[in-house]
Design a protein. Structure first.
Ligand code: AMP
Ligand code: ZN
Length: 470
């Protein structure tokens, strides 16, 4: 089976066929964070989902060009800059840096391009100019530039490709200037917002006077600049489908910059939301977590990542602390099995064992069915453990299973590298072996206690003793 993905545009699961004639290169854009605060674990469910898509495409042999923007100018950010009497650059730098630290904690692969909206203002102005020239955008009495849905539809384009909208209630001239607005509100939206006193020093010059871009135009300009006017995949959380993504389509296709017959984006993928303990996250309910809140409680990034990718991306996911404890147990089981496979394989290398890889690939090809992919991994763990115990897994067999796991983990990204013990402790471990050989058990026990105090335990393996974290 080839890879199939659910496309919000067609509301169905479709075979994935890139636009590239050779079928190899894939352009992928995921709306990045609005850096107004630390990102919460709901945001990270979406970013880990994008990382999973990118890793799986690479596993399938595609050459991915992965773009994720940073929204560093938008309504909420400007409000905070004003409240804290700081500058836009200073304010957003803090949360941008924190975001990248968190992505690393979650073992996400860094996107190839990470454009910041404020570095693409000329591209946004060009796009708006083009929309004005085509008669689809206009300047309103508030001096801001708006996108006319009526004119857009008049050009034969369709507004409402991702969302079902009620046009009966649309009144000509209704406008929204906020970056985020009510679901199904069919109204002209702001492309360029004229400077108002509350914006403080956050403004740029433009042919229409000082102001700043609307949120939606930011993503249209950055994605088309970096991936071309038509590209393969556009991702985000389900709340972005409307109005953000609908407006991105309208602006990008309204500018008519695509080749004949091509749309702005071929596949739209939306990740469902994450709830915490069954409820929408909220500070007042005490169920609002940033990643840092969880790592402060002693969970590591791999455990949090495992839990986030344990369920299908199109299902709302209920994140719980019990679930996190379960993720720890699950990863420990995998880690123990992989450690034993490493001991058995020694330095031998082999091609990946086909069986588990085929099951994993079959599951992931089916619109990234991770639940079945994990089931294949846990069946494999059970099977390897059994074969290690009954002696039916020889060195070459263990190396092949290990190679299969390494391929799978290039997608899941949860494996732990064996932490190397400091040399001084390894020397102590060898001293203990000698002490035991010399029947100096008091010294041997003292060394064991000292190692234990430093957080290391001695494990006997077929290749001799070695240190592992206790
Ligand atoms: P923002 O920084 O608010 O623009 O959001 C960044 C990303 O997180 C977007 O793709 C949102 O759709 C997504 N998102 C926001 N809340 C949640 C949630 N509770 N669960 C999953 N994704 C979310
Ligand atoms: Zn976006």
């Amino acid at each position: 089976m080839a890879l199939h993905l659910h496309n919000t545009l067609s509301r169905s699961v479709e075979p994935f066929m890139p636009l590239d004639a050779s079928g190899k290169s894939v352009g992928m854009y995921c709306c990045g964070p609005t850096v107004h605060d630390f990102a919460h674990i709901g945001n990270f469910r979406t970013f880990v989902f994008a990382d999973l898509v990118r890793r799986y495409l690479e596993f399938r042999g595609y050459q991915v060009n992965h773009v994720m923007n940073i929204t560093d100018v938008e309504d909420k950010i400007i409000r905070r800059v004003r409240e804290q009497s700081t500058t836009l650059a200073e304010y957003t730098a803090k949360y941008t840096d924190a975001f990248f630290e968190d992505l690393q904690t979650l073992n996400c692969v860094e996107p190839h391009h990470i454009p910041k909206a404020t570095n693409y203002i000329p591209e946004m102005i060009d796009l708006i100019t083009r929309l004005i020239e085509r008669g689809i955008a206009y300047q309103a009495p508030d001096q801001s530039i708006y996108f006319s849905i009526e004119k857009y539809q008049g050009c034969g384009c369709q507004y409402g490709q991702l969302a079902n909208l009620n046009f009966d209630e649309m009144r000509q001239g209704d406008r929204v200037s906020e970056d985020e607005y009510e679901k199904e509100c069919v109204a002209d939206f702001a492309l360029w917002k004229a400077r108002v006193p509350e914006d403080g020093e956050v403004y740029w010059p433009s042919p229409w006077g000082e102001g700043r871009p609307g949120w939606h135009i930011e993503c249209s300009a950055m994605s088309m600049k970096l991936l071309g006017t038509s590209f393969d995949l556009h991702l985000g959380g389900e709340d972005l489908a409307f109005p953000h993504h609908e407006d991105e389509i309208a602006q990008s296709e309204g500018a008519a910059v695509q080749e004949d017959g091509r749309s702005f984006v071929k596949y739209w993928l939306h990740g469902a939301h994450l709830l915490v303990e069954g409820k929408k996250m909220s500070k007042s309910l005490g169920n609002f977590f940033t990643l840092r809140d969880l790592t402060d409680q002693g969970y590591n990034g791999r455990e949090i990542r495992q839990l986030m990718i344990s369920a299908h991306y199109r299902e709302t996911f209920n994140f719980t602390l019990d679930g996190l404890a379960g993720a720890r147990t699950a990863l420990n089981r995998i880690h123990e099995c992989v450690t034993k496979l490493r001991d058995q394989a020694g330095d031998t290398t082999a091609d990946p064992a086909p069986q588990v890889l085929e099951q994993f690939t079959g599951a992931m090809d089916d619109n990234l069915n991770v639940s079945s992919a994990w089931a294949a991994v846990f069946d494999w763990v059970r099977d390897c453990n059994r074969r290690l115990v009954d002696g039916t897994l020889d060195t070459a067999g263990a190396a092949a299973e290990l190679a299969a796991w390494e391929r799978i983990d290039s997608v899941l990204g949860v494996g732990q590298a064996d932490e190397a013990a400091p040399e001084a402790l390894v020397a102590l471990m060898h001293e203990r072996t000698e002490a035991r050989a010399a029947k100096d058990f008091a010294r041997a026990d003292a060394i064991r206690d000292e190692l234990s105090e430093q957080g290391w335990a001695i494990e006997d393996t077929p290749n001799g003793p070695r240190l592992k974290r206790s």
